[in-house]
Design a protein around this ligand. Sequence first.
Ligand code: PMP
Length: 321
Amino acid sequence: MSVETKSKAASGKRAVHPNTWVYFDGEFGRYHDIKLGLMTHALHYGTGVFEGIRAYWNPKQEQLHLLQAPAHYDRLRRSANIMRLTLPHSTEELVNLTVEVLRRNQFKSDVYIRPLLFTAGEEIGVRLHNIAQSFLIYAIPFGNYVEIEGGLRCMVSTWRRVPDQSLPARAKVTGAYAQSALAKSEANEAGYDEAIVLTVDGHVSEGSAENLFMIKDGAFVTPPVTDDILEGVTRTLLIGLIKDELGLPVIERSIDRTELYACDELLLCGTGAQVAPVIEVDRRLVGNGKVGEFTQELQNIYFGAVRGESAKHKGWTIPVY
Ligand code: PMP
């Protein structure tokens, strides 16, 4: 391949949303006008922290509902603090900037929003101190990240979750997603939909980009925040719904791998994954191999709330228009 063809292929890949409005280092601009240097530090060292936020379009209301933005920005601040990075705005300012990005784009569909804070100096030398930082927010139309109706077929990954001693999973660090990518590709290439990843000591941690709940004997069980999970915003929302709407207990405790083979229902959750039933793990059916009753009920309540249809959960979202 000639140099010219190669660079055309690369720029073709880049120009997916050329006219989208984005926020970058204090200004709003068009996606295709933002220039990042080849030497951008975080591109090489994975030294960024980020978020994934959703906004849901409600066609009947003609309204876009921004979901849990303050919770995501609070987590971004905690991630930044762990990684010695500094978020340049308050949570309130960040929420307002996000609303502005969405309004400028006039989205009338479900949207995924990606804030990213990263080491941006064009320098060689891995570190977190004494290096310029940049901050951006972009947003794109986005549908389902994983299958949410028929149920997922999962495998327990041969890769282990990054331990807190090496790379804190509770911080949403760009570089840590190399581990998620290894697990996800291994699962997909082996014919599964998603990976479930264990901690180094062999307990169930989470999916490649999702938290996990198991249902056994009428109780929901989920790994504790000390089992190398990202402390999910959706996880917190579901804990509330399970207790308040389903009236069932939630137990936060370590889960053994083989409990996944012996539970009644299993689900993965996250901003991207939403509420995704799991029907098979390592070629063993979960329960009767069909989407579980409690999981289905939880999913229905969740979608009502995120699309701004539940008066009780109005506080979950911010109307964009
Ligand atoms: N774990 C990992 C590794 C993730 O990437 C995500 C997605 N952000 C989650 C869990 C779920 O977190 P949240 O509900 O905040 O999206």
